[in-house]
Design a protein around this ligand. Structure first.
Ligand code: FES
Length: 129
C-alpha cells in the first residue's frame, strides 16, 4: 500500500502500467495489486480533476446529510460521484469514514479536511481555487 501511495502521490492516480510495475517489482500477482488499489477508496485508478472533493459517507456523515450533499454537488457540477467535470477542473468522490466524525458532514477538498460543510460552502471553495 505504501508503494501504491507513493506512486499515486507522484502521478495523481494508478494506471494499469503503474499497477503492473508494482506487481512486477514486488513479485506479487497483478490481480492482487489491482484488488488492493480498487478496494481502498483513497486510491484512484483514473486521472482526477485539478481539484478534488471527497465527501465522507460514513455513518455519522450519512446521518448528517452527506448523501444530499453529494447530490447537490453532482447536480450543480453536472457530474456523478466518481466523475470529473468535462473541463477537468473538479472531481467529486466519496469515501468511508474519514475519522473526523465530530465534523460531520465532513469532506476533503484538495487534501484539506473540512466540516461540518454544506454544498454551497464546498462549491464556493472550489470556485475560489
Ligand atoms: S462518518 Fe464521516 S468522518 Fe466519520
Amino acid at each position: 500500500m505504501e508503494v501504491l501511495q507513493i506512486i499515486q502521490d507522484a502521478f495523481g492516480y494508478l494506471d494499469d502500467q503503474a499497477l503492473a510495475y508494482v506487481a512486477d517489482h514486488l513479485g506479487l500477482p497483478l490481480n492482487k495489486v489491482r484488488s488492493v488499489a480498487s478496494f481502498y477508496s483513497h486510491f484512484t485508478l483514473k486521472p482526477q480533476g485539478l481539484h478534488t472533493c471527497v465527501v465522507c459517507i460514513g455513518t455519522a456523515c450519512y446521518v448528517k446529510g452527506a448523501v444530499g450533499l453529494l447530490g447537490e454537488l453532482g447536480e450543480t457540477l453536472g457530474i456523478k460521484v466518481g466523475q470529473t467535470t468535462p473541463d477537468g477542473q473538479v472531481s467529486v468522490l466519496k469515501a468511508g469514514c474519514l475519522g473526523v466524525c465530530n465534523l460531520a458532514p465532513a469532506a476533503v477538498i484538495d487534501g484539506e479536511v473540512r466540516g461540518p460543510v454544506a454544498a454551497s460552502e464546498l462549491l464556493s471553495r472550489l470556485r475560489q481555487t
